[in-house]
Design a protein around this ligand. Structure first.
Ligand code: GLC
Length: 530
């Protein structure tokens, strides 16, 4: 790379707006709540905050159903609150990434409202309305990611409209030029307000196969995480990358802005098509979300990710949790052991070149909550008639204090209940405890900041026992940062003379004069000559 950009190495913290901090007691987090908690994020040591959608929305998908992309929903605040958030973040040295949802709008978007009101309206062409299939049912066999058919009937005209998500999220027709123009306007609107970048929702969507033909029946069953392979005509069409070529020209007209795509495809070579100097800066790198914490698997996936994304004009990303998936402490077994393994996994990713995206609450070691059925709100739960649990368990509010009922999140009744871990894992309970997960995150992020300026971006794998993942990155001062992870079930040693401990995921991981000792499910960073 010729020039260093902040986003090539930024640690980004994802705020799920509804559940971070509620300033007005309605039980739902909001923008002033985030602004008030920015010092916590600055202390944590992250570089940027990604804020999930806060635009006007009927909240059928909790904000991912947008009725006006250029206004703030009153539930979350005002445009002035958004400006204040950006200004306050910048004053603390934090960048702000906002979430754009270009695949679909809300059915309450003025375009769609007009399209429904008047079946002869030209605005209908900006969505995907089609006549019924030969049997009078939906025009094709596509399924919604949230379950059930991807088509709903507009009773007035008898036509169906496409929605790859909820029926209240009609898909735009990206073959219509007005859709492009509108999104370029939206991009500039937020860039002009000073945001540092965009997270692009369902970035592999947008275009659908022009003829909207049936998916091959053999592929009908949907894989919840990587639906694209089961629905080849609905996702990752050749034209979609051209949208990002244009958007990159726009963002390149501003100083140092970033676009990260939510490209939910399982094959990295297909995801890689979305990034580069003339397209997106980053794409989320999801295979690790679906992989066990196993040294050999991780080595393979990290190697492939570096090859795909550590390219000119782009940078890799590393993700273990977000608002759509089961929190990684739970995926790795839950309890003390799951949390320990989650810390080890995080430390391993924090040492790699590129941007780790951290999800709110993982720095507290939060696990997936088992939200009681009647309290669940995810459209996946609702559309499946209460058979698929959905994502609410990853979205319960941040416990800031040990005090029930509001835990410093809200003075009202939280929109989703706190889980049983809230008091014990609250920020207040961990504050000042050097053995806490929170203290570990602060140490790791501080070390990362201190080192990264001097670190070479090349990752060199070091050989060790099969359960050990070890890599080195040379530092300008002559030493190297060495990261070692033990994914096995037993304590292991790793020969490395003269190593100095920098940070470990567990106090029981230690460095002696000639070797590192790593209990099961731990990782450490040391300085050494390699
Ligand atoms: C993305 C979001 C998810 C949302 C969906 C539809 O996958 O991360 O939360 O439900 O898009 O917008």
């Amino acid at each position: 790379m010729t020039e260093a950009h902040w986003w090539q190495d930024a640690a980004v913290y994802q705020v799920y707006v509804r559940s971070f901090a509620d300033s007005d007691g309605d039980g739902v987090g909001d923008l002033p709540g985030i602004t008030a908690r920015l010092p916590y994020l600055a202390d944590l040591g992250v570089d940027a905050v990604w804020v999930t959608p806060f635009y006007r929305s009927p909240m059928a998908d909790h904000g991912y159903d947008v009725a006006d992309q250029c206004d703030v929903d009153p539930m979350f605040g005002t445009l002035a609150d958004a400006d204040r958030l950006v200004t306050a973040a910048h004053a603390l040295g934090l960048r702000v990434i906002v979430d754009l949802v270009p695949n679909h709008s809300s059915d309450e978007h003025p375009w769609f409202q007009e399209a429904l009101r008047d079946p002869s309206s030209r605005l209908r062409e900006r969505y995907l309305f089609r006549k019924p299939g030969p049997d009078g049912g939906p025009p094709n066999n596509w399924e919604s990611v949230f379950g059930g058919p991807a088509w709903s009937r507009d009773e007035a005209s008898g036509e169906y409209y496409l929605h790859l998500f909820d029926r209240k999220q009609p898909d735009f027709d990206w073959r219509h030029p007005a859709v492009h123009e509108e999104w370029e306007r939206i991009l500039r609107f937020w860039l002009d307000r000073g945001v540092d970048g965009f997270r692009i929702d369902v970035a592999h969507g947008l275009y659908k196969q022009a003829a909207l033909t049936d998916h091959p029946p053999s592929l009908e069953s949907q894989d919840a995480l990587f639906h694209a392979s089961a629905a080849p005509h609905a996702w990752d069409q050749p034209e979609v990358v051209d949208v990002y070529r244009r958007w990159r020209q726009i963002t390149d007209g501003y100083t140092d802005r970033v676009m990260v795509g939510e490209v939910f495809l399982s094959q990295l070579e297909r995801v890689a098509r979305f990034v580069g100097p003339d397209r997106l800066h980053q794409s989320f790198n999801f295979p690790l979300l679906a992989a066990p914490l196993d040294a050999q698997t991780w080595r393979r996936l990290i190697t492939a990710s570096l090859a795909a994304f550590e390219v000119d004009g782009a940078a890799p990303t590393w993700v273990l949790s977000n608002h759509d998936v089961i929190r990684h402490a739970t995926r790795y077994g839950g309890g003390e052991q799951g949390r320990a393994r989650a810390r080890a996994a995080t430390l391993t990713l924090l040492g790699l070149p590129g941007s780790p995206y951290l999800y709110q609450g993982e720095e507290l070691g939060l696990e997936q909550d088992d939200v009681p059925g009647p309290a669940r709100q995810d459209p996946i739960w609702l559309r499946s008639g209460g058979t698929v649990p959905g994502r609410d368990g990853a979205r319960t509010p941040m416990p800031w204090t040990a005090q029930a009922p509001g835990h410093g999140f809200s003075s009202g009744t939280p929109w989703l209940p706190f889980g049983g871990q809230a008091a014990e894992r609250s920020v207040a309970a961990q504050e000042g405890d050097p053995g806490s997960t929170l203290a570990f995150y602060r140490r790791a992020l501080a070390q990362r900041r201190a080192l990264r300026g001097g670190l070479d971006r090349t990752v060199t794998w070091l050989d060790g026992p099969p359960d050990v993942l070890a890599y080195a990155r040379r530092h300008a001062d002559g030493d190297a940062l060495v990261c070692v992870l033990n994914t096995g079930e037993a304590t292991t040693t790793f020969a490395l003379p003269g190593a100095t401990l920098l940070v470990s995921s567990d106090p029981a991981a230690t460095a002696s004069a000639d070797a590192l000792t790593l209990p099961a499910g731990t990782a450490m960073w040391v300085r050494a000559q390699v």
